[in-house]
Design a protein around this ligand. Sequence first.
Ligand code: PEP
Length: 252
Amino acid sequence: MTNNLKYFIGNWKMFGDFGSFKIIHKINQYISKNKKFNKCKIVLCVPNTLLDFFNKKLKSQLVSLGAQNCHQEEGYGAFTGSVSALMLKKMGAKYIILGHSENRSEGETYGIIKRKITSALKQKLNVIFCIGENYKEKKNGKTFITLRKQIKGSLEKKFNKNKIFIAYEPIWSIGTNKIPKTNELRNTIKFIKRDLNFFFNTNKCPKILYGGSVNPKNIRLFSSIAEIDGFLIGGASQSSKKFIDIIKNYYK
Ligand code: PEP
């Protein structure tokens, strides 16, 4: 275990209602009572319908709120059913997930994701930019090629790298209970770091998260990989017990 700040970021997807605030409340209570957790940052990316309500109820600095997507257009416009980064910021979002494979699979292109990142950064939102290979790409040894394409296709050198997190989420691992082998994952994270350092011409690249079937049982496997700066947690973030157990077990 390292002393660096680690991020535990929940992606609630299309789940939750006003009553789900109790999940955030329990997580917050637990974290604030345990000093050893002051080395972790909790973010919950909730549906847009809950952002304002949760933001008003949330008094703690320990838990931040995030959104899960936005329209690429910056402010307001005739885009039925869409929400911009500006609107999400006004509702209390501090973070935003962009480029999630569930959205890419519905037609989100590299170019659209780049515009979304641009508009989110303009609003000073922290961007959680998801990348990851599918099973076929993995099987054909194309993981690194895919990741490099996704990075180059949607990031710009001039972006503020301090506001960007890269979530490495192998598509075959999302919601499947399948996770990468420790060694493979360590190598992939190192590859992403090297690639980003080169891309941004820095030795302090954006933080790298891992996402894909993280749960209280397998989190210990990930804690041995010091290069991982945190986790994007889908299914297990919808239960306060599972989410707390992930953090507890990480620091065991
Ligand atoms: C996700 O969808 O971002 C995710 C990581 O999901 P899960 O943890 O359920 O695999």
